[in-house]
Write a new protein. Sequence first.
Length: 229
Amino acid sequence: MSAGTALVVGASRGLGLALATEYAHRGWEVIATVRDSRRTALHDLAEASGGGVTVENLDTTEPDQLAALRERLARSTLDLLFVNAAITRGDIPIHDVPEGVFTEVMVTNALSPMRVVEALRSLVGPTGTIGVMSSRQGSISLNTNGGQDVYRAAKSALNQLMRSYAARYADAGHTLLLICPGHVRTELGGPDAPLAIGQSIPGVADTIDRHSGEPGLRFVNYQNRTVPW
């Protein structure tokens, strides 16, 4: 894919920040969001970019903020919309998970990314790409060890919701991607994860680029390998 305009939602740190940085280094115009007004490394990236990176505020769990962002970007045409949003609240067996925690993880990891996709899809060009950061932990067939019950369930829900989205807009020309970045050393992935961010994110960007112009939904990892549902 030649350089274009990318919106990376959830880019204040970790994988989202790295993806925004990767596309900026590839010559793309990047719009990237942070959850609140606190200064982040994304602001440093924007200041050093010479106008190539723009920072927007968005808490994906707040519909009013999403509507306001949609209004601010109304004249933009995106080649890539990528949503990176996930939390975990510990490896707790499902019967011990407080209802509030269950709701928080589901809303943040499944409902809110889909709200972002629905709200901003009309900004994506006719042959553009909509991607969402998923996980192999959302694969039902790969769950042979259990653990991380709510996180797994939320990622599975996200995958199912993207399947429904793809069916609802089957006639659209957008490339739709659920991407597993691998088990990466981030705050979410933990210090013992086998992959560094620099091993994962260039592959994520390469995988997105390889599928440019291919309509329909795929569940793939950072090495462009199909992840089983």
